[in-house]
Ligand binder design. Sequence first.
Ligand SMILES: [Zn+2]
Length: 239
Amino acid sequence: MSRQISSLLAIAAVCVTLAPAPAFAAPKKEAVDCAQVKCLALTFDDGPGKYAGTLLDTLKKHNAKATFFLEGQYVKSRPAYVKRMAAEGHELGNHSYSHPDFTKSGPATIKSEIQKTQDEVKKAAGVVPKLLRPPYGMADMKVADIAAQFDMPMILWTAGSKDWSSKNVEAIQKQTLAVAQQNGIILMHDWVKQTVDGMPSLIKTLQNKGYHLVTVSDIIKSENLEPGDIFPVPEGWEN
Ligand SMILES: [Zn+2]
C-alpha cells in the first residue's frame, strides 16, 4: 500500500471517529418505572436561587432529575435558569409568587400568587407548572379548593434535608441519607450554598445506594392524584 493511500485511510478513520452518532443510535430519555426501581425525588424550593446554575451543572453531570418549586418573583428575575431547568428535563412546580402563608391569605391573594407564577414560568420556559407546593407546606380546604381550580394537586415532602437550618454540607448530606427512602420526596433549597456545594458527593452516594433521582411526577404517577389533593397527606388533614 502506498504511503499516500495509507495516510488517506488514516484520515478517513479519524473522520469516522469524529462523526456524530447517527440519529437512530441517540440514547432515548431513560424511562424510569418507580414501581420497579428505587426512586427518589429531590425538590428545591424558593428558587431559582442564586446557585441554581451550579446545581444544574451537577444534576446534568450525574444524569439526575429534580423538581423545582419556584417562586414567581425569582422566576421573573432569573428566567434563564428556569428555561434551562425545563430544557434539561427537570420538573417545574409553583411555590407562589412571594411566599405568603396561604392559610392566612384571602382567596384573591392566593389566586393571584399562583396565577402570576404560572405566567412567569410560562414566559421563561414555555411550560405551565402542574404541581403546587404551598409556601411553608401550609394548606387548608380553602387552599385545596383554589389548587383544584388551577387543576393542580398540592405536593409536600416525605422528609426534609434541614438544609436551611443547618447550612452545613456534612449535616445536609447526613440528614438526607438518613431520611432517603423508596419513592421519597426530599425538601431542599437551591439558595443554600452548602446544599449545592455538597450535591456532587450526595448524588453519587444516593446513586451508589441504588436510587434513581427522578421528578415528583415520576414518583406520584401511581397515586392518581386529583386536582386539589394533597400528597403526602399531612397528619390531621381532613378532607
Ligand atoms: Zn418555601
